[in-house]
Design a protein around this ligand. Structure first.
Ligand code: ADP
Ligand code: MG
Length: 422
């Protein structure tokens, strides 16, 4: 067949692949079809498609056509060098000496399968390699310009099918994680409540007796100092327990209509001094005239205090904390955001920060975020985080608006307060 007479058939295959991707066909169906159609149209014995496993970094078998099980079952392609080369070359590679090419991981098996030539097409979406399409031929022959072009297009289509599947899988994974985390938090909450109740009474006893005794002992006595430490540390334990009980409390928050901005201001009042001490600039973007929404103002204030303290601690010295509030389009919910220019949260721990007792700080309790999460959840709202390690973090709180009648159009008021050293 001369070059030009092949064109319509090749174009047809590309079109079919493209259609099947658009029709939302499952990734494995698309790749099976690619292996079959591509092999038939260019007269290959068969083809296989490997997809990069993001966890293990290996190219795992995904789809094939025309090749024996014996050959296919030879495990994933783990040759890191090969994977690296494919990424760099980003082009079709013809292997006509399969017994001696370092690119062929199982040359003997390939030879026994009747394969004499292999053509590799890397599957690449904007640089990262997502897989490999490997065509197998029973004879060594020239792969012409049009065939190379065809394989490149097929590879592009495969790569976009894989990329789309990754995206769907990531979304599903995030959703599963969230559900799992919510269940885990609920279980931990119940357990924490049980323990907290048990510990609360003996703690109250220790606190009572130690402060009582320290009053009776002369202030210059060495025992006095010891007793003070006991009181102080016991009080700390009591606060932790209080937080835990708060977190695990199942009763509904006492909700009365309140102004979100006022609650934010109250929280800012508490931390403002701390910000000033650490030369942290505070920027407010609070939207005026937000509708009042039903909430337990004390609890929500606690959420903002926790988030603001974390932001301050993440910055250390000198930086900016930005606090904003707004009503979402459609009016169904209010959103408040606390962003900081602090150290950010490494990707591998971001999934853990809402767990009780998870802390990366030497003196942290690891309860601030889990308590906040519980409170916001009790208000039927959401608490989300997004962070760029090294740059900063943003926590987003949303709370539902339950109104009769339509809320007035909000107006954004931007106000900046500079907390530089006075
Ligand atoms: N704004 C933030 N920037 C960076 N890391 C944060 C931020 N907020 C929370 N974290 C991380 O989440 C962890 C848990 O926070 P939290 O529950 O408040 O406990 P704690 O503050 O006692 O450590 C922190 O130890 C920290 O690693
Ligand atoms: Mg904290």
């Amino acid at each position: 067949m001369d070059l030009l007479s092949k064109l319509p058939a090749l174009r047809n295959v590309i079109r079919e692949i493209r259609t099947s991707i658009h029709e939302n066909t499952h990734m494995s169906d698309v790749l099976d079809m690619v292996a079959r159609k591509a092999s038939n149209v260019i007269g290959a014995k068969g083809a296989l498609v490997r997809v990069l496993n993001l966890e293990t970094g290996t190219l795992d078998f995904f789809a094939s056509y025309g090749l024996e099980e014996r050959y296919l079952s030879k495990g994933p392609a783990t040759n890191i060098k090969l994977i690296g080369q494919l990424c760099e070359m980003n082009e079709i590679v013809v292997i006509d000496d399969i017994l001696n090419s370092p690119r062929v991981q199982f040359p003997k098996e390939a030879w026994e399968e009747g394969v004499r030539m292999i053509v590799d097409a890397p599957l690449i979406v904007q640089q990262p390699l997502v897989g490999l399409l490997r065509m197998h031929f029973t004879e060594v022959r020239e792969i012409d310009r049009i065939e190379k072009h065809f394989l490149t297009s097929v590879a592009e289509q495969c790569a976009s099918a894989i990329d789309k599947a990754y995206l769907i899988e990531t979304q599903r994974f995030q959703y599963d994680q969230l559900t799992h985390q919510t269940e885990k938090l609920a279980a931990l909450g119940r357990m924490a409540a049980g323990i907290a109740h048990e510990i609360n009474n003996p703690l109250a006893g220790i606190l009572l007796y130690s402060s009582h005794l320290s009053k009776k002992v002369a202030p210059d006595s060495p025992i006095h100092e010891g007793l003070q430490v006991i009181s102080h540390e016991t009080a700390r334990c009591r606060d932790i327990i209080q937080n835990l009980l708060e977190f695990s409390r199942n009763d509904k928050p006492r909700r009365v209509p309140a102004d979100l901005n006022k609650v934010i201001e109250q929280a800012l009042n508490i931390v403002e001094n701390e910000l000033r001490l650490h030369h942290i600039r505070l920027v407010r973007h609070l939207t005026a005239d937000l509708p009042e929404i039903p909430m337990d103002a004390n609890q929500i204030e606690q959420v903002f205090v926790n988030l603001l303290i974390n932001a301050t601690e993440a910055i250390g010295e000198e930086g900016t904390v930005t606090v904003s509030s707004r009503q979402e389009e459609g009016g169904g919910q209010l959103t408040a955001e606390i962003s900081d220019t602090g150290i950010g949260i490494p990707r591998d721990i971001v999934g853990k920060i809402f767990e009780p007792f998870f802390s990366t700080k030497a003196k942290g309790t690891g309860l601030g975020l889990s308590v906040s999460y519980g409170i916001v959840q009790n208000h039927k709202g959401t608490l989300r985080v997004s962070s760029s390690p090294g740059k900063g973090t943003r926590f987003t709180v949303t709370l539902p608006v339950i109104t009769e009648g339509k809320a007035a159009d909000p107006v954004t008021v931007t106000q900046e307060i500079h907390n530089e050293a006075d």
